[in-house]
Design a protein around this ligand. Sequence first.
Ligand code: BTN
Length: 264
Amino acid sequence: MGGLYIKAEAAMVEKILHKKRSVDVLSEVDSTNDYLLSLLKNGQYRRAVIARRQTGGKGRLGRSFYSPEGGLYMSLDTEISCDDEKFFRLLTPATGVATARAISSATGIDVGLKWVNDIELDGKKLGGILTQSTVCPDGVRRAVVGIGINVNTTSFPDETSSHTTSLLLHRPGEIFNINELAAAIIDSFDNYISLLYAGNRSVIESYRSLLTTIGRTITVIPAEEAPRYTATALDVSDDGSLIVLCDDGSQRLLDSGEVSIRTI
Ligand code: BTN
């Protein structure tokens, strides 16, 4: 499942984080989410797994995530208290906020979020978040939050290249330090997750302020065979669902597990 461990780089990231998490840096892995899920099954918690490339990077709703050398592919675990479904649903938005804020402070590049899990730059996809969960040997349910960012990537498969970008494509000539960016995101993630645990409303408010989706006309693509339809994105509810106005004047709440959207 795993490639070579790059121990010196893991030590560097742990040092920046003051050892608040154990870090593994791998040259190659199928999916950092799958790798971390297997560590959790062995009772190894509070980890960060970073890979230089993934051979089977996974996206939301069964899609794949293109993961060549040059990107940041990372998974982090966190406890889900009392099987709290609302907390779980807000993990992806909170991670989006944490990641966007960390990218801005580490690079000076302001990025936005597309509901529910895309990180956006220049109206294109810069990265995405995939949240999964498992019950661990100690009986605690933990989430694995996977973050993929196109950092120094310069080319993408033809079918996605027109709507995908990277930090390097945005600012040509600058090679970004992936380990420093990873450490900034881990630190930011742990801060925002603490706020979420404490029930702090600033997380959902920050999510609203970073969302590029609000006010836009969108195509709603149900995960099941149901037909697509257009609607206007009005807001997000306090549990992270998207509130849309349909063309017939009715309002609907979109659950992130059921649909994806395309902005028009
Ligand atoms: C999406 O765009 O739908 C989500 C993409 C999530 C990609 C990250 S990369 C690190 C982690 N490992 C995976 O296999 N997926 C996530």
